[in-house]
Structures are given as structure tokens and as C-alpha cells.
Design a protein around this ligand. Structure first.
Ligand SMILES: Cc1cc2nc3c(=O)[nH]c(=O)nc-3n(C[C@H](O)[C@H](O)[C@H](O)COP(=O)(O)O)c2cc1C
Ligand SMILES: Nc1ncnc2c1ncn2[C@@H]1O[C@H](COP(=O)(O)OP(=O)(O)O)[C@@H](O)[C@H]1O
Length: 306
């Protein structure tokens, strides 16, 4: 997969083959997004064209100064790239979202970003909106396309009768409900980071990018992967103020419950299975470490480790 970072005027100069493009922000690449993207990949195969995904950076809500601004992501760009690559996408267009882009009329957006990127077919969900004030919709797309490309509208993907959406996933993460998040993502919620200080080979802290949207502070049953094998363990997410370092990274604490991790690479991926308990930070340190020992036992039982 090739990634292209685009801003206004930069789209004219890149060499591309004709393609089918799925468009949207796609934070989380949840089951709804997967339906949109796999529709584009299949359509591209049928038409013998390249498949592409168009996303934006940063999230429009930040630039449009919406009440809720999403500056942290369920899948930061690096994760998005990896998932899309595995889905068989050929091109990723990352369009820089700024005030000028937001001000483009729906017609100008279509002219500048679809027509000039050799897009022959656009795939988006039923509620996709584009152009100034989000006035362009899937109903207006044919009028703005002016015969230059065709399109597919993907119907609502729901789970338990409600739309699968990144907002719904963020709310569940705020509650620490990572098992429900897994149902909407179709995979476990995960974060990747670099190993930092060790207490022992099996107990260390992980520095993760500040652009992750993290689950509610608490103790979680997790698997910790070093890309070679998985270790069952415990992750502790402390309150934001406490975990942010000067570099603005976030930190989580990991305890492996299986054979100690040693001589392993610096990068790990942590897969979240279940919230075991919330931490009460007003409690004395000695009580907190007692609770952590108890949580370890609960996690052993959760994973049925003897
Ligand atoms: C190129 C482009 C320009 C957009 N411009 C605006 C805009 O000026 N105002 C706006 O409210 N939404 C705009 N949108 C739509 C937003 O991306 C987003 O869909 C909308 O704010 C609704 O977000 P929400 O569903 O998270 O509330 C634009 C979308 C695109 C793709
Ligand atoms: N549950 C869903 N069913 C069908 N299409 C969806 C669904 N959720 C999002 N989409 C589509 O995926 C693309 C990205 O949408 P986006 O606004 O980033 O998702 P979300 O609504 O989860 O924040 C858009 O084309 C949108 O219409």
C-alpha cells in the first residue's frame, strides 16, 4: 500500500492509476467502516482498478472547533495504515483537513479531490457528508460527479439495533467496556508502544503515543505481544495527569503473568480483554498494591492460568 499525504494543490502532481476510493474519517476501522472499505476493494477487483481509501488528518471536529473535538484516536494513523494494508488496499490518501478544506464547496471538493485523483468509483456510507458545512451528501454526489465517476452507497451496519460508530466505541472505552468494543471493532482493542523502565523482566512500563484514545483508567486483563508470541498479563492505566510524561507520551504499566519476557524487542502490542477493576487513586499506596495483587489473581482466573 502506498500512502499519499495531500493538501490543496498537491493532488495534481502525483502519479496514480485509476481507482475505486472509499471515503470517510474511519477512526477505529470498525465493522461499519470495514463494510465500506471491503466494498471498495471488491469493486476495484471487479473493475480491474486500484483500491484506495481517503481519510483526513486531523479529525474535522478539531478544525471545525466542534463541542467535542477528537484529537485522540481509536486507531492513530500508523494503526490505520497497518489495518488497511492487511485489507488489501492499494492507496491511502491522507487529506490534510484545515480551514481552507472545510470551506470548499461540495462541488470544489469533488473536483479537486476525486476528479484529479483518477477516482472512477466512490464508496461511502449512507451518512457521509462533504464540503462546506457538510452540505454534500450521498444524494448530491451524482450531481457533483458530473458523469466522471460512479458510486456505491453502503447501508447502515448495526449491532444490537444501533449504528456501529466511532462515537459509540469512544463511549464504551470511557466506561472501560473493552469486551463490548471488541464486538464493534471485530477485533480486540489494542495499543502499541515502546518498553521503558523495568521493575523486573516481567513488569515494565510502556510509552505509547499521546494520540491514542485510551480506555477508562483501571486494571485490565490483556495479552502482551512482542510480535513473536503472546503473554497473558495485567495492564494498569492510571489517571491521565499521572501518566503523561514531559514528552507528552502516555504510559501504561504491564505485568506479565506467564514466563517472564526477556531479551525482547522494544515494541509491544497490548490487546485488551476485560476490565478487572477500577483503581481508586485516593487510596494509600499500600492498599493500592494489595488491590493490584488481588487483581492479578482475578486475571489468572479469567485466563484460567494454573
Ligand atoms: C472536504 C470536507 C469538508 C467539510 N466541511 C465541513 C464544514 O465546513 N462544516 C461541517 O460541519 N462539516 C464539514 N464536513 C463534514 C465533517 O467531516 C463531518 O462529517 C461533520 O462535521 C459531522 O461530524 P459528526 O458526525 O462527527 O458530528 C466536511 C467534510 C469534508 C469531507
Ligand atoms: N455503521 C456504519 N454503517 C455504514 N457505513 C458507515 C457506518 N459507520 C460509518 N460509515 C461510513 O464510513 C465512512 C467513515 O465514516 P466516519 O464518519 O468516519 O465514521 P463514524 O460515523 O463511525 O465516525 C463514511 O463513508 C460513513 O458513511
Amino acid at each position: 500500500m502506498k500512502t499519499f499525504r495531500l493538501s490543496q494543490s498537491s493532488s495534481d502532481s502525483i502519479e496514480l492509476e485509476p481507482n475505486v476510493t472509499a471515503v470517510g474519517f474511519f477512526d477505529g476501522i470498525h465493522k461499519g467502516h470495514q463494510q465500506v472499505i471491503s466494498t471498495a476493494v471488491k469493486k476495484a477487483q471487479q473493475l480491474s482498478l486500484k483500491s484506495a481509501v481517503m481519510t483526513f488528518d486531523p479529525h474535522p471536529s478539531v478544525v471545525l472547533k466542534k463541542e467535542k473535538q477528537h484529537a485522540q484516536y481509536i486507531t492513530p494513523l500508523k494503526e490505520k495504515e497497518e489495518i488497511l494494508e492487511n485489507m488489501g488496499v492499494d492507496y491511502l490518501f491522507v487529506v490534510h483537513f484545515d480551514k481552507d478544506l472545510a470551506a470548499l464547496s461540495p462541488q470544489s471538493f469533488v473536483d479537486e479531490y476525486f476528479a484529479s485523483l483518477k477516482v472512477e468509483h466512490v464508496v461511502a456510507g449512507y451518512d457521509f457528508s462533504y464540503g462546506h458545512k457538510g452540505k454534500g451528501s450521498m444524494e448530491t454526489l451524482p450531481e457533483h460527479a458530473k458523469g466522471r465517476f460512479t458510486h456505491t452507497v453502503v447501508r447502515k451496519v448495526a449491532q444490537d439495533e444501533d449504528k456501529v460508530s466511532s462515537t459509540r466505541i469512544r463511549t464504551l472505552l470511557d466506561e472501560g467496556n473493552v469486551s463490548e468494543v471488541q464486538k464493534l471493532l471485530g477485533r480486540k482493542f489494542s495499543v502499541r508502544g515502546e518498553r521503558r523502565e523495568d521493575t523486573s523482566s516481567a513488569c515494565f512500563s510502556l510509552a505509547i503515543s499521546s494520540s491514542y484514545y485510551l480506555p477508562h483508567p483501571g486494571i485490565y486483563a490483556v495479552t502482551i505481544s512482542d510480535h513473536q508470541r503472546d503473554y497473558k498479563g495485567m495492564a494498569i492505566i492510571e489517571d491521565e495527569e499521572l501518566t503523561r510524561s514531559e514528552t507528552m507520551n502516555q504510559k501504561i504499566y504491564l505485568h506479565c503473568l506467564e514466563s517472564p519476557v526477556s531479551d525482547v524487542p522494544a515494541e509491544f502490542i497490548v490487546y485488551f480483554h476485560q476490565l478487572i477493576r477500577e483503581e481508586n487513586l485516593s487510596e494509600q499506596l499500600s492498599e493500592r498494591s494489595r488491590q493490584r495483587e488481588k487483581a492479578k489473581e482475578d486475571i489468572r482466573q479469567f485466563f484460567r492460568i494454573g
